[in-house]
Design a protein around this ligand. Structure first.
Ligand code: ADP
Ligand code: ZN
Length: 667
């Protein structure tokens, strides 16, 4: 980039619905000395004047008759050079137009589409801990095992070496303490840290843990912030006042000057992939790229890393494997007992609780231990079927069945939000008998209240956690032992460190297992391992009871043994044989339209066109076929999947425009 170029490449108008291109402008003589990439400028656009962001300065343009940049909006660049490089990489790697990536990086409060818009009002930062903890210093005493894995991390942070680490440590092994030590090292060197954690783990307790050990102030970035709060946190980071950022997926875009380490906790969390809008990026891969751009280390931690990540470490590179195979303080991992639900059914037990699980819950409650019951399905029942004609109640806009929520007698679509009252009779045949099948958390709660009327029971799922405060209230009530039994979805599966939990009951281990996705087995294994990992963190022994219809499935068998590496070895063999990631790459092209024929015909045309063109490059074209959920929010969706060891260079050949979506490395 030439600092005194005469052409500025500008993303005009950062507002929503803005144009898709990058446009060239002349840089007038007086501005040539001052203009730098990342700055906001005022440019003419059509008949309007808009804010734009300079992404590059060059000497030449292919376009004739360029208009000039009018003025510099603010001398301090809005985006740092590292962010612009990152945006360029994301744009290329995830086939997303650069302006869309730039817009995703800039918080809404700072997009200010119209050049005559008023400046944003300043809002108080959200971090209540700021200031009060200043001066307190990380007396962090790592165990010898922790010291061993920390040594190479410390070296890399100290010397700013762009090394990538997989911190592969069992649940409760003390990974967070390693992150804290790495952050302390960065701060000691006058540098900052970006820490990504899954949205759901971003509790005040986690944030407090990160702010306790250093005086620099922690900025928190998550989806629950108002635009004003987000803007305020952004400015604290940009100005250097907050030197540590803790946030979910998009915190990887934090404008941190002088960042010294990038950390991704629970790197396998599905929340790191943005799949529903452009740019469809994976925050872990973006974090790794950021590390390379800045030449700083990246630490990815998990008890159940993605197989892609694990393989890159187990194969000896490019990731460095750091293992913490035991829990901190020598606590054992809890024993997992399997209950075969087929036998329960044969015995005539139709309740969500096997005899063994209900006995164990009763025993734990009697001994004043806490219980977590996990079921990855909310609502009362997942299907309402007519006894007469066999039809299931379906959503009018999506091809999924409606979930019954008995407390308000509503049938809800979990994909589009549609709801309707539970009908008295079958809408298809007017039959009088409707049966509800497939228990969800509401049903488990109702049965638990009947079985243990004395117990203080809480439920945590998307229905009870409408907003962040509700999440915090439920968590705190349980953490402070104001409740005995907590029923929850995957919201309760990760990260929690509660010593009072004596029993974890997995009500149905199979829910994710039969999903038509090559990662179903991996997901199930991870979820089971993580949930089981909530037990046994206190001084008293704890148990896990796992109920399943598939006791012989490898994901279940290995989870029972807490054997990630055994699972990974087998599963990687399967992936290699079937040529799935990490042994190949995928790119999904989706066409959606209100008319099914159009979506389908367009996909067929494209597949026929692409197949011969891509064959030479060794890229297979699979499909077209309907998406996993063929109709969503009234749109029919057809897909083509590209599969190949290398996908570079396919971009120019792919369809683009309205109705088409590209997802590179889909999750
Ligand atoms: P992980 O993130 O691997 O699940 P945590 O970092 O939450 O594990 O650690 C599990 C528990 O052990 C926590 O209660 C934590 O405070 C404690 N712990 C871990 N390392 C240390 C240490 N070096 N000193 C004191 N307590 C520790
Ligand atoms: Zn729907």
């Amino acid at each position: 980039m030439s600092p005194a170029g005469r052409i500025a490449r500008v993303v005009p108008d950062l507002g929503a619905g803005a144009p898709g291109g990058v446009y060239d402008y002349l840089v007038p003589e007086p501005l040539q000395e001052q203009l730098i990439p990342g700055q906001r400028v005022v440019v003419p656009f059509g008949r309007r004047r808009v804010f734009g962001l300079v992404v590059e300065l060059t000497e030449e343009s292919a376009v004739k008759g360029l208009r000039p940049v009018e003025r510099i909006r603010d001398p301090e660049p809005l985006l740092l050079p590292q962010q612009i490089s990152l945006a360029q990489w994301i744009s290329t790697h995830y086939l997303s137009p650069l302006p869309e990536v730039i817009r995703a990086m800039v918080p809404p409060a700072m997009r200010g589409g119209r050049a005559d818009a008023r400046p944003v009002r300043r809002t108080r930062p959200v971090d209540e801990s700021e200031g009060s903890l200043a001066g307190e210093r990380p007396e962090l005493n790592l165990s010898p095992e922790q010291e061993r894995v920390f040594a190479p991390i410390e070296r890399a942070v100290r010397w700013s070496s762009p090394e990538e680490f997989l911190l592969f440590g069992v649940t409760g092994s003390g990974k967070t303490e390693i992150y804290l030590a790495a952050i302390r090292t960065a701060l000691e060197r006058g540098r900052g840290a970006i820490v990504l954690i899954p949205e759901i783990s971003l509790t005040p307790q986690t944030v407090a843990r990160f702010s306790r050990h250093h005086p620099g102030g922690v900025a928190v970035l998550h989806s629950g912030l108002t635009p004003g709060q987000r803007g305020a946190e952004w400015r604290r980071v940009r100005s250097g006042r907050a030197r540590v950022v803790v946030g979910s997926r998009s915190a990887v875009f934090a404008p941190m000057p002088n960042c010294g380490v990038v950390i991704v906790d629970e790197e396998d969390s599905t929340s790191y992939k943005q799949y529903d809008r452009v740019p469809r990026y994976h925050a872990v891969e973006v974090a790794r790229r950021l590390g390379r751009i800045l030449s700083v280390p990246v630490i990815m931690g998990s008890a159940t890393p993605r197989l892609e990540t694990y393989q890159q470490a187990a194969a000896g590179g490019p990731l460095t494997m750091l293992r913490l195979p035991r829990r901190y303080n020598g606590r054992p991992l809890p024993p997992v007992r399997v209950v075969d639900l087929r036998e329960e059914l044969a015995w005539g037990n139709r309740s969500p609780f096997s005899r063994e699980l209900s006995a164990a819950v009763g025993r734990s409650l009697q001994e004043k231990g806490q219980v977590i019951l996990f079921l990855n399905r909310r609502g009362t029942s997942s299907v309402v079927l007519c006894r007469g004609c066999g039809e299931a109640l379906g959503c009018p806009s999506c091809s999924v069945s409606l979930t019954l929520h008995l407390p308000d007698r509503l049938c809800r679509c979990h994909y589009c939000g549609h709801f309707e009252p539970l009908p008295e009779r079958c809408p298809t045949c007017q039959g009088p008998v409707l049966r509800a099948l497939g228990a969800g958390t509401e049903r488990v709660e109702a049965e638990a209240r009947q079985l243990w009327p004395e117990a203080r029971i809480l439920r945590m799922d998307r229905d009870t956690v409408g907003h962040r405060d509700a999440h915090r209230e439920i968590y705190e009530a349980f953490a402070e032992r104001r409740a005995d039994l907590l029923i929850g979805t995957q919201m309760v599966a990760k990260g929690w460190d509660l010593p009072g939990v004596r029993l974890v009951g997995i009500v149905n281990a199979d829910i994710a297992l039969h999903f038509p996705d090559f990662r179903a087995s991996e997901r199930t294994f991870s979820l089971l391992t993580q949930v089981a990992g909530r037990a046994g963190r206190g001084d008293e022994p704890a148990d896990v009871i796992l109920q399943t219809y598939s006791p012989d499935h490898p994901a279940v068998l290995r989870a029972v043994e807490h054997d990630y590496e055994g699972f990974a070895r087998e599963e990687l063999e399967v992936r290699r044989a079937l040529r799935y990631p990490p042994f190949t790459r995928l790119l999904v092209v989706t066409r959606s339209d209100v008319r099914e024929e159009v979506a389908r015909a367009d996909c067929e045309d494209e597949a026929a066109r692409l197949r011969p063109q891509l064959k030479a490059q060794g890229v297979e074209v699979l499909g077209p076929g309907p998406a996993v959920i063929p109709r969503l929010r009234s749109l029919h969706r057809w897909q083509i999947t590209l599969k190949g060891a290398r996908l570079d260079g396919v971009a120019e050949l792919l369809p683009a425009g309205k109705g088409w979506a590209l997802d590179v490395d889909p999750a």
